[in-house]
Design a binder for this molecule. Structure first.
Ligand code: NAD
Ligand code: DAU
Length: 357
């Protein structure tokens, strides 16, 4: 049985990747390693937790000793690395935590993989393809676009936030391990995801939560920033395709050619939720509140995923309107999940956010 380590599997995207792999590949044993920070939630995996090819391991990727022991014990065949601090606003108030998890944590995993696959000398082995270290990264490493153009795999890195700087650093380390030690790696850089299990600090789930509770919808600046939205299950499918078919040492951009200004996303969401909540047309839009802009706010992200589509045949399955309606349905049907994740420190975090603006 192939042993695959997925890190960050209790988080938003990780939970969809773990579910896909556990259900689709009964001959793989999937290990989900997660620290269960505020963003990790085992409820996200309730439906597959008793499957015999799934195992949860609670642990911290910044703890090198723990990571080395785990790799020595389990001798994983491959790694799909998603664990990270993922929220740009949190990176602005606490950059060091992002360096610890996203940079040091990634290097700890690279070292442990190198050790068990190649020994401590780090010489290339003759047959490295059975192993793969897959790093799941973001389009934010490319920086910000003007009105025209798309990020390609050749676009130079130009990160602006502490979050994107930490992800860019981790991407560079992954490539450095390929170039220096011949560690079998692949990287993908994806655009903004949305869908079930998304923690309600990010724009779409935060606004769904606030519309439901008749609270203000905070739009940074004028709401003119553009993001390129992809349904999370389409990202998980792309990860599956890349994991199984990518050329070693390569990079793939993932995105749905689906650019929206923030204000248009929220207007569409308001409209969908007017209907679903039985409110008068235009009622939810009254909640839109323009607030102070995010520091260093990137203007526009837009991904060119032609390489992934042409080389590996992946394409997104859902139109945005359909995916957004599906997402709203999930949040309305999972009230308990929302209540659980917004209890505890959630309220405190938000009070601090708004004082800071
Ligand atoms: P998330 O914040 O929802 O989940 C992150 C998970 O990592 C959580 O389960 C958390 O408990 C775990 N984690 C955090 N620190 C850890 C540590 N030190 N040790 C072990 N586990 C730890 O994030 P997400 O949105 O699902 O993003 C997953 C990955 O995909 C990240 O690497 C992110 O950079 C990347 N990504 C996200 C998006 C997006 O739109 N959300 C887009 C492109 C790429
Ligand atoms: O592009 C991929 C990235 O997308 C991922 O790497 C990140 O992990 C993920 O968090 C996401 O980053 P963004 O900063 O783009 O996502 P967020 O949902 O925080 O913000 C989306 C846009 O909405 C952005 O322009 C900021 C704006 N925004 C966000 C929040 C939370 C608001 O206007 N109001 C808000 O309250």
């Amino acid at each position: 049985m192939k042993k695959i380590l997925i890190t960050g599997g209790a988080g938003f995207i990780g939970s969809h990747v773990v579910r896909l792999f556990v259900n689709k590949y009964p001959d793989y044993k999937i290990f989900n390693l997660d620290k269960l920070t505020y963003a990790g939630n085992l409820e996200n995996l309730k439906d597959i937790e008793s499957k015999s090819n799934y195992k949860f391991v609670k642990g911290d990727i910044t703890d090198a000793h723990f990571i080395n022991n785990l790799f020595q014990e389990e001798k994983f065949d491959s790694v799909i690395h998603l664990a990270a601090e993922s929220h740009v606003d949190r990176s602005i108030s606490n950059p060091l935590e992002f360096v610890q998890t996203n940079v040091i944590g990634t290097v700890n995993l690279l070292n442990a993989a190198k050790e068990i696959w190649m020994g401590n000398i780090g010489l290339p082995t003759s047959d490295i393809r059975p192993h793969l270290f897959y790093h799941v990264s973001t389009d934010e490493v490319y920086g910000s676009l003007g009105d025209e153009g798309l990020f390609t795999e050749e676009t130079s890195y130009d990160p602006h936030s502490p979050y994107s700087a930490s992800k860019a650093a981790s991407d560079h380390f992954v490539r450095a391990y390929f170039d220096t030690y011949n560690l079998p790696v692949v990287i993908s850089n994806c655009s903004n995801n949305y869908g079930p299990n998304h923690f309600p600090e990010k724009l779409i789930p935060l606004c769904i939560h606030n519309i439901k509770n008749n609270k203000p919808l905070p739009i940074y600046g004028k709401g003119e920033n553009v993001r390129d939205w992809l349904f999370v299950e389409d990202h998980a499918n792309a990860i599956d395709v890349i994991f199984h078919n990518a050329k070693l040492g390569s990079t793939y951009n993932i995105g749905g050619h689906n650019e929206w200004t923030n204000i248009d996303v929220i207007r569409l969401l308001c409209k969908i939720m007017d209907k679903k909540l039985g409110r008068a047309e235009g009622e939810n839009e009254k909640l839109i509140t323009f607030v102070k802009d995010r520091a260093g706010h990137d203007l526009r992200y837009a991904i060119d995923s032609t390489k992934l589509q042409n080389e590996l045949g992946w394409k997104p399955s859902l139109q945005f309107e359909e995916g957004l309606a599906k997402t709203v349905d999930w949040y309305l049907a999972n009230e308990e999940w929302l209540t659980q994740v917004t209890s505890g420190n959630y309220q405190k975090y938000y009070e601090q956010q708004y004082v800071a603006r």
